[in-house]
Design a protein around this ligand. Sequence first.
Ligand code: FE2
Length: 245
Amino acid sequence: MVIDFHSHALPGLDDGSRNAEMSVGMLRAARQQGVELQVLTPHFYRWKEDISSFAERRRESCGVLKKELPGDIPALLVGSETAFFPHMSREDLSELCIEGTRVLLVEMPFESWEGHVTDEIARLSLDCGYHVVLAHIERFLRYKGNAEELLRLQQLPIHIQSNAEVFLSFMSRSLGLKLIKSGTVTILGSDAHNLDDRRPNLGPARETIAKRLGLDVLARIDSEATALLGRVAEMVAPPRKETVK
Ligand SMILES: [Fe+2]
C-alpha cells in the first residue's frame, strides 16, 4: 500500500492547510500521485498546549474537513508530528499516536542531540511500547554528533522517515538514496503543508527512488509502512480495484 506517512493537510490546525478547500486540493493531489493512505500529522508542541487541548482542536478540524470530503482522495488516518520534549515518556501520549495504533511520529530537536534525548527515545520505545518514527531525519544530520547518535538510535526497534523533498533536489538526492540503501530510512512522507512551495510530492520522489534503486526497494518500503500500521491500514484502505502507480 502506498502510504504518505507525514502531512499537514488538516485545515486550520498548524502551519499547514489553511482551510478545507486547500486540504481537499492537497488530498486530491496526493491521490493523483498514487497515495492510497494519507496520514495526517499536525504539529504538536507540548510547551504550547496540553495533549487534550490539541486533541480537541484536531477533532474540530477533522469535523470541518469531513463535511467537504470528495471520493477521489486517499483513505485517511489521523496522528501528530510530536516535537520532542523532555520527560515525554512520563506522559500518556496515546492521543498523539496514529489512530488505532501505538505509532508515534516524533520530530527531534533541531540541534545536537545530547545523550538524554536518545535515552528518552529509548524509554518511549522500550518501556512505553510506542512504535517511534523519527520524522525527516535528513534535517538533523548536519548538527554535530547527530550522525553518531543516530547509530545508537538504530539499535532500538524504531523507524526512520525521510521527506520526499530530499529525493527531488540535486543537492540532497544522494543523501536520501544513501539513507534508503543503508536501510536507515524505511518510511516516506511528503510533509506537505500547502499547494504551493510545500505541495504534495510523494509521487515524483517515488519515481526517483524506483529509477535509481529499483521497484523492489519501493515495494519493500510500502510493505514495511503497511505492516507498521497493521490491521488499521487494511481496515481504512482495503485494496482498490484500479491500478495505482
Ligand atoms: Fe512535518
